[in-house]
Design a protein around this ligand. Structure first.
Ligand code: ME8
Length: 516
């Protein structure tokens, strides 16, 4: 049977500087979704990349005495190293300087011009260079950029415009008919009121700098960076370049996952571009919140950033991924602190999950010679534990369908927490002392099965976990017991050899952090 397809994208980041944990969050969240979908039987395409054109990059390169291409090449290599370090399983990395991308952007621009959706006029307005965005007078916030509150420059030039305004009614109808398209709902409401204020035509070319894709029929213009950037989602699939088998298979995208700062571009400009091109629209745009520091939003241009490499070296990739995904609630902002990270890792990973595995494996070695025995009839708290574990995959599925990764993880950790409590309630050490072998076997079997369940469910978020846990549970070579389909209670066979292994998540001393 053919697997259903699933296409998910991250924003393509500006190589204006190295990336911080805010970007890592978007990418790791998309990666976890991609891994989850692969695990649950989908044929997945997961795209990330870099958005390399524009005045900001041109200026940064000049300041470094490099050509823009030399400058971006080095930074983009750094992006790829970071994704490798964080175990990001992307299928393709698109650069807007790729030839395959240029061809498509020019083709689209030409088509929109020929069909009358792009026209030439005089532009007068305000430009925010760090945000790469034009504003009209009335959009400014007390004379400054409404997005980043920095100074804007007055620009007046001949430009091409995209007849966005023509599509406002169609856009509104689409949004009403597709209430799930923009998530969360707060973002959807913002976009609706933005369009209700009146949609102006969009200035889609510049002549004041050069580092961009040339307008094919008027090469003193370069294509406005957002039209260039958004096109990546289809150019990477081979749209408009001959072999369009990937495009046919994966477009429209199931999810564009982006930060709330760029929801407007993804939910207004992009769908309208696609409407004008008569192409299908993506199914969902999810706008997540921001990682903040006490000093405000973490941002490359402000320089108040946390380097994900440093965290991964210090705490391990799985711990960093877990923290980022568990701690930021869907759609809301979160304050980053290393103390919060250490507390999460200590509580959820060292105390709850790691301890469950190590105490269970120790008891299995000690009381059963490391060979798991068949369970007897359930009694006492068994049913509650088993029900919770058995109902967890469907709850995780429900949260994942909304891209609510924090609650998916919370659901898994509820089962982990219940299993630790179960061990306290059933006290296998007393059962061993009292020679109640059948009951002891049942209890230890149940926790082993819980460890298998929770490890499978947690694996999209923490990709190194299975490789470290399966040898301890004795099922390293039994892929049939590691799959999502194997989440059926009591699939783990008796006779499995359990071997206590390394400590998965050593406790971190909070005091050592204070001394740094
Ligand atoms: O906007 N917290 O690129 P960019 C959470 N090139 N997420 C954050 C964040 C924070 N503090 N800071 C950044 C661009 N992000 C365009 C995108 S897409 C066709 C073009 C994440 O390098 C978040 O996903 O400025 C945000 O949307 C993205 O990085 C912006 O990255």
């Amino acid at each position: 049977m053919q697997k259903p397809s699933f296409y998910i994208t991250t924003p393509i980041y500006y190589p204006s500087d190295n990336l911080h944990i805010g970007h890592a969050y978007s990418t790791v969240a998309s990666d976890s979704m991609a891994r989850y979908k692969r695990l649950t039987g989908y044929d997945v395409w997961f795209l990330t990349g870099s958005d390399e054109h524009g005045q900001k990059i041109e200026r940064a390169a000049q300041a470094n005495n490099q050509t823009p291409k030399e400058y971006v090449d080095k930074i983009v290599d750094g992006f790829k190293r970071l994704w490798e370090r964080l175990d990001v399983s992307y299928d393709d990395f698109i650069r807007t300087t790729d030839e395959r991308h240029r061809i498509v952007v020019q083709k689209i621009f030409q088509q929109l011009y020929e069909q009358g959706d792009i026209y030439k006029a005089e532009y007068e307005g305000w430009y925010c260079t760090p945000c790469e965005t034009f504003f009209t007078e009335y959009q400014l916030a007390e004379g400054k950029c409404p997005d980043c509150q920095r100074d804007v420059e007055k620009v007046r030039e001949e430009s091409y415009f995209f007849r966005q305004s023509n599509y406002a009614d169609r856009w509104m109808k689409f949004i009403e008919e597709n209430p799930e398209f923009i998530q969360p709902t707060s973002r959807r409401n913002e976009m609706i009121s933005f369009v209700k204020q009146g949609l102006e035509d969009l200035c889609v070319s510049r002549t004041t700098f050069d580092w961009g894709i040339k307008v094919p029929f008027d090469p003193k213009h370069v294509v406005y960076v957002w039209v260039d950037a958004l096109t990546n989602y289809i150019s990477a699939l081979g749209y408009g370049q001959g072999d369009d088998s990937l495009y046919k298979k994966f477009w429209p995208a199931d999810i564009h996952l982006v930060g709330k700062d760029i929801v407007r571009f993804h939910t207004i400009i992009w769908p309208i571009m696609l409407m004008a091109l008569d192409l299908p629209l993506p199914k969902k745009v999810i706008g997540h919140g921001w990682w903040m520091l006490d000093s405000g939003k973490m941002s490359k241009s402000k320089g108040n950033v946390v380097d994900p490499h440093v965290l991964a070296d210090k705490y391990g990739v799985d711990a960093v991924r877990y923290f980022l995904l568990r701690e930021l609630p869907l759609g809301a902002d979160g304050i980053y602190s290393e103390e919060a990270l250490v507390k999460r890792v200590n509580m959820d990973l060292a105390n709850d999950y790691g301890n469950l595995l190590s105490r269970s494996a120790t008891m299995m070695e000690k009381y059963q010679g490391g060979v798991l025995q068949s369970p007897g009839a359930p009694e006492g708290p068994d049913a509650e534990l088993i029900d919770l574990a058995v109902s967890a995959p469907a709850k995780v599925e429900e949260y994942m369908s909304k891209c609510d990764l924090a609650n998916a993880l919370a659901t898994i950790w509820q089962v982990v927490g219940r299993a630790n409590k179960y061990l306290e309630e059933t006290a296998p050490w007393s059962l061993a002392k009292g020679e109640q072998h059948e009951r002891l076997n049942t209890v230890l079997y149940n926790v082993a099965e819980v460890i298998r369940f929770t490890t499978i469910m947690a694996s999209p978020f923490m990709p190194n976990l299975p490789g470290r846990v399966w040898p301890q549970l004795g099922i390293a070579d039994k892929s049939e017991l590691q799959s999502w389909e194997s989440l059926r209670w009591a699939s783990l066979p008796a006779g499995t050899t359990v071997k206590r292994g390394e400590v998965l998540f050593p406790r971190i001393d909070l005091k050592s952090l204070e001394q740094e």
